[in-house]
Design a protein around this ligand. Structure first.
Ligand code: NAD
Ligand code: IPM
Ligand code: MN
Length: 369
């Protein structure tokens, strides 16, 4: 199978982790005889430096004609003083809107080998298996009007939180469909005790739930959800929530796995699917070769599953990640308390690449019997 994958490494550790994800994808292509075409373009701060804009037209055009886009991370402190619409982050938001994916899937698992890497007690995190379905094109991120105004010697800033019924329905269906393939439970997270957008959210989700009689729906306020996520993570299956709450809760959820560097994401529902680790450009560790590439590599697995329907290949990558962790290899961020062997970003990428080949060999031998 032929697949055109546009790779947008971005800033900070973005290029370091995407290089490893591409390496693993190349190995999968070799093993299975696929033809993966990689085309690299600039985005974020790297693009601002090169061409003065965070989403150059060539990057956008290439992304729109790709089968999938694999992004590293964007953002750097040197651009933090710029207005919102000129920052690297604006490039990512424009790209998300142009590609059109409104459902951002962020799985959070407790890997048995990493239970001790979490600051939460092992008995709390063990068995946790959550899928965040984060609405990605609405809410405060895109609501109009927005801006900063000065009047009578004072300045004020404002953003608009807005959701329509159709925006809520379409992402809710993604969550319920996902739950049907999992443990059939959706927890919808909102702030319906205060916000009108959340009241509409809750009513709409409840109505969509009527189409899925086999799925259990419950609602939580976001403050309580934030607390339960770290005190009782195994109570959750699918968490459905709006854009900003999903952004915040998924980083909190990373604590269950042990590190933000572990989390992957897939954005679906638009013209072109977008895959990116959940973490940012991590300026505090960029350039040192110590970043965890597993979130990016797991995003590549999601790409194969969701865009290419290569379930076997996706599972091989995920099995390879587990095998490398079970063998005791750790990047620095997941080394706490697990007594493993600390390796660099590139070594971790190499280990997963080798493990993919071994997993594929074993599967092949198994099927040949
Ligand atoms: P961050 O996610 O970059 O980092 C938060 C913390 O997690 C840091 O201590 C970092 O070292 C650590 N971390 C993150 N990824 C890691 C990995 N793969 N391996 C090991 N440790 C890792 O968040 P931040 O510091 O708040 O933001 C930095 C920049 O990234 C900002 O400009 C922000 O806007 C941007 N950002 C971009 C994305 C994206 O591109 N999708 C996501 C989040 C933040
Ligand atoms: C994420 C990031 C982005 C977001 C930023 C960089 C715009 O934090 O993907 O989680 O808030 O969506
Ligand atoms: Mn985030």
């Amino acid at each position: 199978m032929r697949l055109k994958i546009v790779v947008l490494p971005g800033d900070g550790i973005g290029p370091e982790v995407t290089e490893q994800a591409v390496r693993v994808l190349r190995e999968v292509a070799n093993i299975h005889g696929h033809n993966f075409l990689f085309e690299e373009h600039a985005v974020g701060g790297a693009a601002i430096k090169r061409s003065g804009t965070p989403l150059p037209q060539v990057t956008l055009d290439a992304s729109l004609t790709a089968d999938a886009v694999l992004l590293g991370a964007i953002g750097a402190p040197e651009f933090d003083h710029l207005p919102a619409n000129q920052r690297p982050e604006a490039g990512l938001l424009l790209l998300r809107r142009a590609l059109g994916g409104f459902a951002n899937l962020r799985p959070v698992n407790s890997y048995p080998a990493l239970a001790a890497a979490s600051p939460l007690r092992s008995e709390i995190v063990e068995g946790a298996d959550i899928l965040f379905v984060r609405e990605l094109l609405g809410g405060l991120y895109f609501g109009e009007p927005r801006g900063i105004i000065s009047q009578n010697g004072d300045s004020s800033a404002f953003n608009t939180m807005r959701y329509s019924v159709s925006e809520i329905e379409r992402v809710a269906r993604v969550a319920f469909d996902a739950a049907m393939k999992r443990r059939r439970r959706v927890t919808s997270v909102d702030k319906a005790n205060v916000l009108e957008t959340s009241q509409l959210w809750r009513q709409t989700v409840a109505r969509v739930a009527g189409e899925y009689p086999q799925v259990d729906l419950d609602h939580l306020y976001v403050d309580a959800a934030a607390m339960l996520l770290v005190t009782d993570p195994t109570r959750f299956d699918v968490i459905l929530t709006e854009n900003l709450f999903g952004d915040i809760l998924s980083d909190e959820g990373a604590v269950i796995t042990g590190s933000l560097g572990m989390l992957a994401s897939a954005t679906t529902g638009g013209a072109v699917d977008l895959y990116e680790p959940v973490h940012g450009s991590a300026p505090d560790i960029a350039g040192r070769g110590i970043a965890n590439p597993l979130g990016a590599i797991a995003s590549a697995a999601m790409l194969l599953r969701h865009t290419a329907e290569m379930e076997d290949e996706a599972e091989e990558i995920e099995a390879a990640i587990r095998a490398v962790l079970d063998a005791g290899y750790r990047t620095l961020d997941i080394s706490r308390g697990t007594g493993g062997h600390v390796v660099s970003t590139a070594e971790m990428g190499q280990l997963v690449t080798e493990a993919v080949a071994e997993v594929a060999d074993m599967r092949h031998a198994y099927h040949a019997v």
